[in-house]
Design a protein around this ligand. Structure first.
Ligand SMILES: Cc1cc2nc3c(=O)[nH]c(=O)nc-3n(C[C@H](O)[C@H](O)[C@H](O)COP(=O)(O)O)c2cc1C
Length: 229
């Protein structure tokens, strides 16, 4: 009888601890301080012939890079830009055609370098939506194995197609990584006043995912709920 009381008290204490953990995780902003974070992204501006800002409708920072910088600011992550060896043409329509041809051919455009994220455990992976998924230069990076075993969080800018097929494509390309649900933002909205807060909200939501995985682990080992039943 006495041992049953101890058992019940122990279960109650464990339950309170879990509830406290749940509450604090819900209330707190995502904490990346215990993680080594990288933000790897592809943006057309870095990958055009000449790369002349004056030729980019006055922009000096690409849409995806704008979001990449916000994520880096909020997570302390290191930024890495993916750059192709052979840049895309200055002409936009020619770039669109070339991107479609690369996708049809399942091309893997050569990159100037493969960002080394071996000391990072969390990698945000950014790209523009090109014909429904990520540019093939991103596929080159995914195929390199650099993200094996990492927690990978996609983010995508677009002009209406949102993440398209890219979330599933990243998951399929990284079977040995943990791929979380990605963030998307319309390209024309990346510099809106509300975008930094939206990005922060997305990042804070990632701590809820960690909490859910704690619950899943507890459910798997069978405590504390069966003890209370
Ligand atoms: C080759 C190419 C293909 C694109 N295909 C799509 C598409 O399928 N769906 C979409 O919503 N936007 C598409 N876009 C628009 C880009 O995704 C959007 O402008 C993005 O924000 C550009 O990001 P960046 O400045 O970082 O390159 C395409 C743009 C290019 C250049």
């Amino acid at each position: 009888m006495k041992s049953l009381r101890f058992f019940t008290l122990g279960a109650a204490a464990l339950c309170m601890a879990v509830s406290t953990l749940a509450f604090s995780s819900l209330a707190q902003a995502a904490d990346f301080s215990s993680h080594k974070v990288a933000v790897v992204y592809f943006s057309l501006l870095h990958n055009r012939v000449h790369g002349n800002p004056d030729a980019q409708e006055g922009k000096s920072v690409g849409n995806t890079e704008t979001i990449a910088r916000l994520i880096a600011e909020n997570t302390g992550g290191e930024l890495f830009a993916l750059e192709v060896v052979n840049p895309y043409p200055e002409d936009y329509d020619a770039t669109v055609d070339m991107a479609r041809d690369e996708q049809n051919a399942k091309a893997r455009p050569a990159l100037k370098s493969l960002p080394d994220v071996s000391d990072c455990d969390v990698v945000f992976l950014g790209y523009p939506n090109w014909w429904g998924t990520y540019p093939m230069a991103v596929a080159t990076y995914l195929d390199s194995g650099a993200l094996k075993g990492k927690t990978v969080i996609p983010f995508c800018t677009h002009e209406g197609s949102r993440l398209g097929r890219s979330q599933g494509d990243v998951e399929a390309a990284l079977p040995d990584s943990t791929v979380l649900d990605g963030y998307e933002c319309r390209g024309r909205n990346v510099t809106d006043e509300g975008t930094p807060a939206e990005v922060k909200e997305f990042l804070n939501g990632l701590s809820l995912k960690a909490l859910r995985s704690v619950h899943k682990r507890i459910a798997r080992v069978g405590a504390p709920y069966p003890l209370l039943a």
